[in-house]
Write a protein that binds this ligand. Sequence first.
Ligand SMILES: C[S@@+](CC[C@H](N)C(=O)[O-])C[C@H]1O[C@@H](n2cnc3c(N)ncnc32)[C@H](O)[C@@H]1O
Length: 244
Amino acid sequence: MIHDPQDDADPADPVVASETAAPHHRRIRSFVTRAGRVSTGQRRALDEFGPSFVLGFSPEQPDWDAVFGRRAPRVLEIGFGMGATTAEIAATRPSDDFLGVEVHEPGVGALLKLIGEHDLTNIRIIQHDAVEVLEHMIAPESLDGVHIYFPDPWHKARHHKRRLIKPKFVALLVSRLKPGGYIHLATDWQNYAEQMLDVLSAEPELQNTADGYAPRPDYRPVTKFERRGLKLGHGVWDLVFRRR
Ligand SMILES: C[S@@+](CC[C@H](N)C(=O)[O-])C[C@H]1O[C@@H](n2cnc3c(N)ncnc32)[C@H](O)[C@@H]1O
């Protein structure tokens, strides 16, 4: 985890306060917009590679085969953070295409830098709220997989409503998956892992590939942050479900 936005989301926080005051007008978001510092290297990558690899949000579905320049299995990753895992998976799975969605600009710059350094051609990026991307830009039954790694845990109970993995969001995800497509989640927060298992198990269109939590699939690398947590005795839970 690169940042815990819950630290920013105090009840006195104007973002939280306004969402609480006008729940019918504003959607409760899973992130807090923050002005992150973009490093010089990230800025350079944004300028150099952004035009080829970043798509703007659009209310219509792009021709994804044209966007990627080929027809290949397509995986959506939500909240890629600084993109290290995304880049590593894309490098080990060259015959699959990866669409990464992240709201945080320094993260977009960081992933573009990795794309440049490793000559990756099978990643495209959208800097926007993933909920709106799913609703508008992704066709029903079009994805082969979805990755969501270490989503913000929003660990205080009064912030749980901001958690991404909720029944309505999972139903939206499932609608975008092809039959047989998979959802792979990982978290280091036990209470969120339990919520994930409850929500995914209750979705009738999904089938668990494991008996409860899944072993970490080989393609998901152990992150630096995760390795540190594991040394301290913290757990990590992977979940892999398939659409029926
Ligand atoms: C805790 S970080 C984890 C980052 C990365 N997956 C990792 O394992 O290091 C969660 C990320 O999700 C992003 N995020 C949260 N809600 C999002 C949304 N609705 N759309 C796009 N990105 C989102 C945040 O900006 C943040 O970078």
